[in-house]
Design a protein around this ligand. Structure first.
Ligand code: APR
Ligand code: PHB
Length: 392
């Protein structure tokens, strides 16, 4: 069957579904093609920290009501090393706070809003492929229920994440890739226990990094730095809790409440940027164009900023025929992307144990942590980046 739409969106993760909302609210016709089932997307556990700019954008997109009721507002974070915790006063240093609200909840709110609005979101779309990018007649082909389909589009938004097909549709000679793969991953555990602390704890230790975060006051999320090849199956709950206690300061370890895990998975840490983020009538947004290590909590926030800029550009085109925002899209996103890349890479280097680090590098890392907690200027820089850079 042949269909038509204004903006064809590949990928129904947070980027694709948020873009579909912002465009749909302006009367722009969209179709979203997502290869997974709704149930899979609703259950997928991801990160959980939103910058205020992301909260504002979700609110503008009409999906801010449950977020406003259920979110936790954090005005500080803790940095732990040498058995002690140091609070970084985000609010005092920057005037801003951050929001804790799971990405799975953002995903559900977006899906529910689309279901209510009747947006064309096609789940279980198989073999999605992009065509006509170089002759200005873009179209998407795919299968549903074994049947071939085609959608003619004015533009295509590639929101299909790191493993998607959109980025691959850009010719090799046009795209440049910048990448760093870290020699470790994060093992994450979700459990229905009261969080060890009311604010996040980023803990650097001889045994490796650990992060204590949460989804609510009755649901905790903890992460341990592990080797990249680690299998979550080799980490029964007892082993996980035991190792976590060894990596956080003794007072936190004593206060830690443990319980059965309800999710456990390993994610490789990676820094990745594909440039440019536009090729003709294809625009990349979110994880399709860039990945940051989770240490800086920037992944979803960067995706939201791309989507904001892309929605602005497409709306300006449909409302007044302007093409300047589309032309500036890639450069505008990449400026922000590289700031977040620098911050995420620096936070990772500061807090993780690198297997190949020399004794000199280990001491320099310890000196950097000590400097950070002694310098208000250094903490202000960290806090400004952590709460989120202004929208420009
Ligand atoms: N066809 C259709 N859909 C696809 C295809 C494909 N070939 N390949 C991937 N997808 C879908 C995936 O199933 C997924 O639902 O695209 C979606 C991409 O979603 P995410 O990977 O979550 O990426 P994005 O929407 O950009 O989300 C922002 O930033 O750092 C992260 O944790 C953060 O995942 C969040 C992301
Ligand atoms: C999370 O809550 O999952 C989370 C929070 C902060 C991070 C990474 C993950 O830096």
């Amino acid at each position: 069957m042949l269909m038509r739409t204004q903006v064809g969106i590949v990928g129904g993760g947070p980027s694709g579904q948020l873009l579909a909302r912002l465009l749909g609210l302006e009367g722009i016709d969209v179709v979203v093609l997502e290869k997974r089932t709704p149930g899979y997307l609703r259950a997928r556990v991801r990160a959980g920290l939103l910058e205020q700019g992301t909260v504002d954008l979700l609110t503008d997109a009409g999906v801010g009501a449950r977020l406003a009721r259920e979110r936790l507002i954090h005005e500080g974070v803790q940095l732990a090393f040498d058995g002690r915790r140091h609070r970084i006063d985000l609010k005092g240093l920057t005037g801003k706070a951050v929001t804790i609200y799971g990405q799975a909840e953002v995903q559900k709110d977006l899906m529910d809003a689309h279901a209510a609005a009747g947006t064309r979101v096609i789940y279980e779309a198989e073999d999605v492929s992009l065509h006509g990018l170089s002759n200005d007649k873009p179209c998407l082909r795919f299968h549903t229920g074994g049947e071939g389909q085609e959608i003619a589009c004015d533009f295509i938004a590639g929101c299909d994440g790191f493993h998607g097909v959109s980025r691959q549709a850009i010719p090799q000679e046009v795209i440049r890739i910048y990448e760093r793969v870290y020699p470790f991953g994060w093992l994450g555990v979700l459990s229905d226990t009261t969080p060890v602390n009311h604010e996040l704890i980023y803990a650097s230790s001889e045994r490796g990094f650990a992060l204590c975060t949460m989804r609510s006051m009755v649901r905790s999320r903890y992460y341990l730095q592990v080797s990249a090849e680690e299998d979550a199956a080799d980490w029964p709950d007892e082993r996980f809790w035991g190792e976590l206690k060894r990596r956080i300061p003794p007072d936190a370890a004593a206060a830690l409440l443990t319980g059965p895990s309800i999710e456990k998975s390993v994610a490789q840490l990676r820094s990745f940027v594909a440039e440019p983020m536009r090729y003709g009538r294809l625009f990349l947004a979110g994880d399709a164009a860039h990945i940051v290590p989770p240490t800086g909590a920037k992944g979803l926030n960067l995706a939201a900023a791309d989507v904001r800029f892309l929605a602005e550009a497409l709306i300006a085109y449909y409302k007044s025929g302007r093409t300047d925002l589309m032309d500036g899209y890639s450069a505008r996103c990449l400026q922000r992307v590289w700031k977040a890349q620098r911050f995420s890479w620096w936070m990772t280097n500061l807090t993780h144990r690198f297997p190949e680090a020399s004794p000199f590098e280990r001491r320099a890392q310890a000196a950097e942590l000590a400097y950070l907690v002694s310098s208000e200027a250094a903490q202000t820089t960290l806090a400004e980046n952590y709460v989120g850079l202004p929208i420009m």
